[in-house]
Design a protein around this ligand. Structure first.
Ligand code: HEM
Length: 403
């Protein structure tokens, strides 16, 4: 073990200022790129830190997402994401391939583009309300989170007015220390009974949206089990809004902290796509990427060996700051061309299902905000911003802005 690498280091590491990647990623990458860490559950796993290793772990199906055997490692003690056998992200091929095929047609680039006018409409509606109010406001609460929630509700065909409950439930799920085990299981039961009610209701009154497509896949063709159907609906509601909303919030902050680049973006709107890709590279909230277990002895590009049965954590954020892939990785640069190289959406079979939709949402959210509020500014000094603690994601608690 190289100097400075503690084998019993506790994960997650402390983020740098403004939610930046922990120093420990860079230290390990150059000293000992595949080294143990201890998770909040007390389990010890290997942590990958180079771009090549992280990509390999995500791409290679010999790293399994099935962590449901007795004694399997966990990020957190108690019931958690890997316990659910019906969740897409917990499956390995061929089950994973079967389930993913049922939903992926709703998330192609073409389908995501079809949502662009609706996303614009909703962004404009939220910005009208902001412009009609008086500053300061919390941009996270008034814009960044409601926009993707509205879109995933529309896409699934879920009543928009139920969306505040989704935010409460997802806050509880993502919490690591602020919610008790009881609160987590209560929120889980409430959310499950909500989606069961939604599905039962829709069976009586069908409409033509993704929820109906999923119900048909269960009823008519029996391709989707009852558990998978309910889990897919819950999974899409949570995955569909939380990360995107926080990336929008953190992305706006990154631009406000780099006023020269924000000014360039205003002058040259064609920089928007590159700006969104740079925001994706730098602003994924948390480490990004779930635990995987080696199903045989495997070697990684850095030369590290993962013995059969050993678990690896491969954070996409560590990959996105690898200087061998991204020159001056700590520099936020909207002119950097990173598309298809950063791993913000993961890689391989579990590559984010909603990536195309998220990209359109980010482009519209950032583009409309920049255009509509030319004097947007932080309403507090950036050092005074509060960041989440006790949550699986590293995000702003609020983003107070004026204009
Ligand atoms: C900026 C926003 C987003 C980011 C950064 C993000 C990131 C990710 C990452 C890193 C993974 C892979 C996890 C792993 O393999 O360990 C993933 C998977 C997934 N994401 Fe996203 N995501 C975003 C938005 C969305 C949206 C909008 C949706 C749905 C509408 C979504 C649905 C999913 C689903 C269902 C999976 C599991 C896919 C599978 O297992 O095959 N995500 N996401």
């Amino acid at each position: 073990m190289s100097k400075g690498i503690e084998p019993d280091a506790e994960f997650p590491f402390t983020p740098r200022a403004y939610g930046g990647p922990p120093e420990a990623y860079a230290l390990r990458r150059s000293g000992c790129p595949l080294a143990p860490v201890v998770l909040p559950s007390g389990d010890e796993v290997l942590l990958a830190t180079t771009y090549e290793d992280v990509r390999d772990v995500h791409a290679d199906t010999r790293f399994s997402r099935n962590l449901r055997y007795p004694g399997a490692p966990r990020m957190f003690a108690g019931r958690d994401i890997p316990d659910d056998p019906h969740a897409l992200v917990n499956m390995d091929p061929p089950e994973h391939t079967r389930l993913r095929r049922i939903v992926q047609s709703a998330f192609t680039p073409r389908r995501a583009e079809e949502w662009r006018p609706r996303i614009h409409e909703q962004a404009d509606r939220l910005l009208d309300a902001i412009a009609a109010g008086s500053p300061p406001i919390d941009l996270l609460d008034s814009y960044a989170l409601p926009l993707p929630i509205h879109i995933i509700c529309r896409l699934l065909g879920v009543p928009d007015e139920d969306s505040p409950r989704f935010r409460t439930w997802s806050d509880v799920f993502l919490s690591t220390s602020t919610a008790t085990a009881d609160e987590r299981s209560r929120a889980g039961a409430e959310f499950a009974s909500y989606t069961d009610g939604l599905i039962a209701d829709r069976r009586r009154k069908p409409r033509a949206d993704l929820l109906d497509e999923l119900i048909n896949a269960h009823d008519a063709e029996d391709r989707l089990s009852k558990g998978e159907l309910a889990r897919m609906v819950r999974g899409l509601i949570i995955a569909g809004h939380e990360t995107t909303g926080h990336v929008i919030g953190r992305g706006v902050l990154a631009l406000l902290r780099h006023p020269d680049q924000l000014a360039q973006l205003r002058q040259e709107p064609e920089l928007l796509r590159g700006a969104v890709e740079e925001i994706l590279r730098t602003e994924v909230p948390g480490h990004g990427g779930l635990l995987r277990v080696a199903t045989e002895d495997l070697s990684l590009p850095s030369g590290g060996i993962v013995p059969k049965g050993r678990a690896v954590l491969a954070p996409v954020v560590a990959a996105n700051y690898d200087p061998r892939q991204f020159a001056d990785p700590d520099e936020f640069d909207i002119r950097r061309s990173t598309e298809s190289r950063h791993l913000a959406f993961g890689h391989g079979p579990h590559f984010c299902l909603g990536a195309n939709l998220a990209r359109v949402e980010l482009e519209v959210a950032i583009g409309s905000l920049v255009e509509r509020l030319p004097d947007l500014a932080l309403a507090v000094p950036p050092q005074g911003l509060e960041w989440t603690t006790g949550s699986r994601i590293c995000s702003l608690v609020e983003l107070p802005v004026a204009w």
